[in-house]
Design a protein around this ligand. Structure first.
Ligand code: E4P
Length: 220
């Protein structure tokens, strides 16, 4: 399973990259705003800075909602860097845009997926990735993981090459459960990724090993 980090924060992207486990980055307009990035040129420069840190794909989201504007905006984003994947919302014009981008060889990430039918349409249109938002479904008492399982089954039934990018993963168990459900990619904040490291028995065991070693070598 690929690990993407879900942030526009350059320091956190660097930290995840330095761990050696980072396969890409996802952003959205809210995450860009959180970093105080605004104005077209600043936004484009920030995407370029992200692309220079990571070796993998970088999802950059269009803010247009009609077909022609999405196409123009997506083309500009795609031309920015070869790592850019154009992130497009699952709306009618978005599906048309994904189809047009696929025809031109431009990779897309279809975002704001909350149902298997939305994912199926995006795959048919030729999306490179679909982003089902599991955390936001859990927020409204709906099982987000079930959506990952359903999309996995549908894509496998027909051999769609579209990758299931589990998004809105908020904690370590989301990541584990996405891996069990067969997501191709999970995108999560750094804190959720590093939480996978944690186990009290590891901490206790390491402390004991170091104490025993110190005692045996007379360093305690
Ligand atoms: C996906 O690409 C989105 O950027 C993101 O995962 C949304 O996460 P949230 O629901 O925690 O805002």
């Amino acid at each position: 399973m690929k690990f993407f980090i879900d942030t526009a924060n350059l320091q956190q992207i660097r930290e995840a990259h330095d761990l050696g486990i980072l396969d890409g980055v996802t952003t959205n307009p809210s995450l860009m705003a959180k970093e105080g990035i605004s104005g077209k040129q600043n936004v484009l420069n920030h995407y370029k800075a992200i692309c220079e840190i990571t070796d993998g794909d970088v999802s950059a989201e269009v803010i247009s909602t009609n077909y022609e504007e999405m196409l123009a905006e997506g083309m500009e984003l795609a031309l920015l860097h070869e790592k850019i994947v154009v992130k497009v919302p699952i709306i009618k014009d978005g599906i048309k845009a994904i189809k047009a981008f696929a025809t031109k060889g431009i990779r897309t990430n279809c975002t704001l997926i909350f149902s298997p039918g939305q994912a199926l349409l995006a795959a048919k249109a030729g999306a490179t990735y679909v982003s089902p938002f599991i955390g936001r479904l859990d927020d409204v008492s709906t099982d987000g993981l079930m959506l990952i399982e359903d999309i996995r089954t549908i894509f496998d039934n027909y051999g769609y090459p579209t990758q299931v990018l589990a998004a809105s993963a908020r904690h370590a168990m989301h990541i584990i459960n996405c891996a069990k459900a067969g997501a191709d990619v999970v995108t999560a904040p750094l804190v959720a990724i590093t939480a996978l490291l944690k186990h009290p028995l590891t901490d206790n065991g390491l402390a004991q090993f170091l104490a025993d070693h110190a005692q045996a070598t007379g360093k305690s």
